[in-house]
Design a protein around this ligand. Structure first.
Ligand code: SF4
Length: 484
């Protein structure tokens, strides 16, 4: 049945539709139950960064001889439910217009989840339906090779990619998709009892999955790590979503512990795997955690757009007699990480293991800093060679079904060390840490700044302290008490 409410389709809605029509329907018709999760957080981040990049475009255009031909945020609303706001428009001498979409990415994205060519096609269609003749279509994005030195140089920062041909080739297809989106939005009801992402892994399902699939139990086949597409298809086709319908022989070595923990209703413990991990550790033990910041507009000299800049670390050092020291660093200004590295050099011993959670992240920072500071490379690459990833223990050594197939420290900590928690912290995850640091740097109220600083220190300290406590828990599972 068609709705009587007027339908409005914005560019953001349209991109959501391209990812999943049902998700857009839910957001439009039942906003109170629509989970404001990753897509909206991502859309908000893109919007905020888009404004920052637009400010640079405005600064650049103001220097051009034909600056008065450009306007920003022009609305095209052809009266058919379509609503578009073009980032920048040039009114050409021949009566045509050029459209510019301004993006905070370092290249043109031409695929879901954020297809920028489709964005531009949507804007073009809305402009044409308003009677405009669109000549050229440009995606303005960030130059991935630009390294800030002094004030931002908009000419170097920005790349103008002429995408007229590719966007115009998409217009017919986009017209049909707009019609489909409008037809879907006009429905008062859709099937809310299932959706098609049953065949996708959890990482590829959207935040609405649980709403549309309320009968799926926890845990389920989606709790099995790295389940192949073929196997997921088979389990779905045979209606075997519940782990109760899966047998151990059907699973890989990485997936079996999750199922065994579920079947026995007790943690799965593999002592040889745990002992192998503990066996390589050398005192003093260093528990290290970095926080990084990435932004569209490089925050300081020597930094590129969207590249992570380490600004904080927390380090717990445990000696063989169990004594624990804590060291920390938090940059009080936007700066390259030389002071951070020097503080690490003063606090990390020349020998002993470096224990991290998810070594890919920490070691990427070490390797990047080593490349940026050749005279520190020996120290930083030395850290890489001494790194042990505590997360690995929770792949096959110790698996509790309450982790729900995850090895995130946010899932593991509350189960194995319930007295420590991120709940209620002013800063509770890496994204919040980034945002808080950015706010702290520009905060003029000293009391507020001190609060923000403390919240960052508390959060990062908990990250490394959590590893100390988790290793103690793991060590207690074995006879050698967790040490080499
Ligand atoms: S999980 Fe369901 S609602 Fe979400 S994108 Fe997939 S089909 Fe759409």
């Amino acid at each position: 049945m068609a709705t009587t409410n007027p339908i409005k389709l914005t560019k953001t809605d349209f991109i959501l539709f391209l990812n999943c029509g049902k998700s857009l329907w839910l957001k439009t018709h039942k906003p109170n139950v629509y989970p404001e999760g990753e897509f909206s957080a991502y859309a908000q981040k893109l919007a905020k960064e888009g404004y920052e990049v637009e400010a640079q475009v405005r600064a650049l255009v103001a220097t051009w001889a034909d600056a008065d031909r450009y306007s920003f945020q022009r609305v095209f609303e052809p009266g058919e439910g379509l609503f578009a706001k073009a980032d920048m428009v040039r009114d050409n001498e021949d009566g045509t217009i050029d459209l510019f979409e301004i993006k905070s990415s370092t290249s043109v994205k031409d695929r879901n989840p954020h297809n920028q060519l489709k964005d531009a096609a949507f804007q073009t269609i809305a402009a044409k339906r308003c009677g405009e003749k669109v000549r050229n279509i440009t995606i303005v994005h960030l130059n991935k090779d630009y390294v800030r030195e002094g004030d931002i140089d908009p000419e170097e920062l920005l790349t103008f990619a002429d995408e007229t041909v590719r966007v115009k080739a998409l217009l017919a297809e986009t017209e049909s998709e707009i019609t489909e989106a409008m037809a879907l939005l006009s429905l008062d009801a859709v099937d809310e009892t299932s959706c098609t992402c049953l065949h996708l892994s959890r990482n590829n399902q959207c935040d609405s999955f649980t709403y549309f699939n309320r009968n799926i139990p926890t845990p389920s086949i989606y709790s099995l790590p790295r389940l192949s597409q073929a196997k997921r298809d088979l389990f779905v086709a045979e209606d075997r979503i519940s782990l109760d319908k899966i047998s151990v022989e059907e699973l890989t070595r990485l997936q079996q512990p999750v199922l065994k923990a579920h079947q026995s209703n007790a943690p799965y413990i593999n002592l040889p795997d745990i002992e192998n991990f503990l066996g390589v550790l050398k005192y003093p033990l260093h528990f290290l955690d970095y926080e990084t910041y990435a932004s569209a507009i490089p925050i300081t000299n020597g930094v590129k757009s969207q590249s992570p800049l380490p600004f904080q670390f927390s380090l717990h050092v445990q000696s063989e007699n169990g004594e624990l020291e804590h060291h920390e660093f938090l940059a009080d200004q936007a700066e390259r990480p030389l002071a951070l590295i020097e503080h690490l050099e003063r606090t990390i011993n020349p020998t002993g293991s470096i224990i991290v959670w998810n070594k890919t992240f920490e070691n990427t920072q070490n390797k990047t800093m080593a490349a940026d500071y050749p005279d520190k490379a020996e120290f930083l690459l030395g850290l890489v060679s001494r790194t042990a990833d505590l997360m690995d223990v929770f792949l096959t050594g110790y698996v509790d079904i309450r982790f729900d197939g995850s090895v995130s420290i946010k899932k593991v900590l509350p189960v194995v060390v319930p007295e420590l928690s991120y709940d209620g912290m002013d800063v509770g995850d890496g994204t919040a840490a980034m945002e808080t640091w950015a706010r702290m740097l520009s905060e003029t109220d000293l009391a507020k700044r001190a609060e923000q600083r403390q919240a960052l220190l508390d959060y990062c300290e908990l990250d490394s302290l959590a590893m100390v406590k988790i290793l103690k828990f793991v060590g207690a599972l074995t006879s050698n008490n967790g040490t080499a």
